[in-house]
Design a protein around this ligand. Structure first.
Ligand code: ZN
Length: 78
């Protein structure tokens, strides 16, 4: 049996994470269980290292977006 790594995002707390489960996701951060079919799958691969690399890319993009947003926000409130 081949494991498929799926990159999903918790719809409760927004944490990106990798799961090999087919049915549900238990969030690493908020511990909430989610039905996998209700979540958007950002990426899927059979290579665990590939999944880990993609996960760090997504987290990085997210961090950049947040930074941009807070910069714009402070610009408007100045
Ligand atoms: Zn969560």
């Amino acid at each position: 049996m081949v494991l498929v790594y799926k990159l999903v995002r918790c719809s409760n707390c927004g944490l990106f994470q990798v799961t090999t489960s087919e049915k549900s996701l238990k969030c690493q951060k908020c511990q909430k269980s989610k039905v996998l079919s209700s979540l958007k799958i950002f990426y899927r691969t059979e290579d665990g290292r590939d999944a880990a690399r993609k996960l760090s890319e997504l987290k990085e993009e997210e961090a950049i977006k947040k930074e941009k947003f807070s910069m714009e926000f402070s610009h408007y409130t100045r």
